[in-house]
Design a protein around this ligand. Structure first.
Ligand SMILES: [Mn+2]
Length: 221
């Protein structure tokens, strides 16, 4: 039996929600689990989220995608200048999650940094493609701009269907009512877990969804 393709939206440091969705979806060795980026920041347990993702590599085919928050985190770790203050954008909570037993901050373990450096911008199947934020409808997937894929909010315009005919699955634009945005050709599953909404998992082929809140409570529509 072919494996499932399961996407999880913006985790944002919500380790309990991720744990609940992993238990509920129970990914196995031939399942592909895609995290849509922004796994870190804002929520309080980013280091625990990264630990969970590292462990998940042993149980399924894990495909972590980069969000703008991972980009900011790597820029900070590498000392690169950036327009946004990472601490102001939820990075302060990430740093706090790496406080050691003596109460000292940082450094982020090299294993975590090296892991995040391996994350990509886009993943596609025969029927779907997955990016953190957005895409350009007329541009082939291999030629998309990383700025659009990591940063461009749906608030500034909903793209047309992609020229490939594949269904886009994205996060980044938080849906504060906790409900998935499903336009048929475009599905957004950032349902605002860290701010009091839900973390969403979507089985791309069956359409089945699961949601957990930041305290780890499961709901299934
Ligand atoms: Mn984002």
């Amino acid at each position: 039996m072919p494996g499932r393709i399961i996407a999880i939206g913006d985790i944002h440091g919500c380790a309990a929600a991720l744990r609940t969705l992993v238990e509920a979806t129970n990914p196995r060795a031939n399942d592909t689990l895609i995290t849509l980026g922004d796994c870190v920041d804002r929520g309080l347990q980013s280091s625990q989220v990264i630990e969970q993702l590292l462990a998940l590599r042993e149980t399924c085919r894990l495909v972590p995608l980069l969000g703008n928050h991972e980009e900011m985190m790597l820029n900070f770790v590498d000392g690169r200048p950036q327009p946004d203050d990472w601490f102001e954008c939820g990075g302060a909570e990430t740093v706090e999650s790496y406080r050691d037993a003596d109460g000292k901050f940082f450094p982020v373990p090299p294993e975590h940094v090296d892991f995040i450096r391996t994350w990509g911008d886009c993943f596609e199947t025969d029927t779907h493609f997955f990016v953190h934020a957005n895409y350009e409808a007329e541009r082939p997937l291999a030629q998309q701009h990383w700025q659009t894929m990591r940063w461009q909010s749906l608030k500034f315009g909903i793209p047309d269907p992609h020229e490939s005919g594949k269904i886009a699955v994205v996060g980044h634009t938080s849906l504060k009512n906790g409900e998935i945005l499903d336009l048929g050709y475009l599905v957004c599953i950032d349902t605002y877990c860290w701010g009091g909404g839900w973390l969403t998992a979507l089985d791309a082929d069956s359409g089945q969804t699961w949601q957990a809140d930041r305290d780890g409570r499961l709901r299934q529509p």
